[in-house]
Design a protein around this ligand. Structure first.
Ligand code: ZN
Length: 293
């Protein structure tokens, strides 16, 4: 089976270095196995989006030579698919309405969710979210970079939102529906999303979808373990600067590009990186030494 991977940014701002790292790693991991690499814009949350950000992100990917297959998919145009999946889950009784506000959850001291709306079903569906029941017990998956990940679920703490009170489809539902619909076999993304994976695995099983493989690259932190402030990448940066950033990204991903490549073009760099890609060399943690932020 030909592997299919994807890069799925939210258009909340221009592409930054951490996202470039994720896009590059996913691209190399797929191209090294002669697979298809897709781009999906996750524009589900209009208030958080920045006008022009999608175009900016796509131009930046192109400038770095990260060319995708097929058409770019926009989540904002796929609401009917998400609606259908929500209907399926409701029919199967795997989701229930919840009108708890954040404040109510805080006041009750809920860790995750406390199951309140299962005991006290909302009188009407107006202003309701939908939660999926996350069964109690142990859940685990094997991450290709981070290794075995294990989760313990108690009570209703794991019950998660797939449709929001503000009438928007939640990330969890859209991402699972899209990955299945696009035939994604290999998900490689930043480790800030690793703890979303168990919910996504559960949804895939509820909806009868195939389960892709998962790999999470580390999020870059400084020497104190803080997440780096976002360094934006303008699409217009000079060719030289692009090569420098690609080399830096390859080094951070543990791929050890030889020094001869300092003079290479973007295309030559990517060619080298595809041929020499080893996911086993990607570190599980990435912290930059002081002064190199
Ligand atoms: Zn509730």
């Amino acid at each position: 089976m030909q592997p299919v991977g994807r890069f799925a940014p939210s258009p909340t701002g221009p592409l930054h270095f951490g996202s470039l790292l994720a896009a590059l790693a996913s691209y190399l991991d797929i191209r090294a196995r002669k697979g298809r690499w897709l781009v999906r814009i996750e524009d589900l949350d209009p208030p958080r989006e920045q006008p022009g950000a999608s175009t900016h992100i796509l131009k930046t990917l192109e400038a770095f030579g990260l060319c995708w297959d097929g058409d770019v998919v926009y989540q904002s145009q796929r609401h009917s698919l998400y609606q259908e999946a929500l209907g399926q889950l409701r029919q199967l009784n795997l989701t229930y309405p919840c009108n708890c506000s954040r404040k109510q959850l805080r006041t009750r001291g809920a860790q995750g969710y406390d199951g309140y709306c299962l005991q006290h079903p909302p009188a009407s569906l107006d202003n309701c979210a939908f939660r999926v029941t996350h069964p109690e017990g142990t859940q685990f998956f094997a991450d290709r970079i981070q290794g075995r990940r294990e989760y313990q679920w108690q009570g209703h703490q794991g019950d998660f939102v797939i449709f929001r009170r503000d009438d928007l489809f939640a990330y969890q539902l859209a991402v699972v529906v899209d990955d299945a619909e696009q035939g994604i076999t290999d998900i490689l993304r930043g480790s800030d999303l690793i703890d979303e994976t168990p919910h996504q695995l559960l949804l895939q099983s509820h909806l009868g979808y195939a389960q892709p493989s998962y790999a999470h690259i580390p999020v870059i932190t400084n020497a104190e373990g803080q997440k780096l402030s976002k360094q934006n990448l303008a699409p217009a940066i000079s060719g030289h600067e692009r090569q420098h950033l690609l080399l830096k990204a390859l080094r951070l991903l543990g791929q050890n590009p030889p020094t001869e490549l300092e003079a290479a073009t973007t295309e030559e760099l990517l060619q080298w990186a595809i041929v020499h890609w080893h996911i086993a060399r990607v570190p599980t943690v990435l912290s930059l030494p002081q002064g190199e932020e």
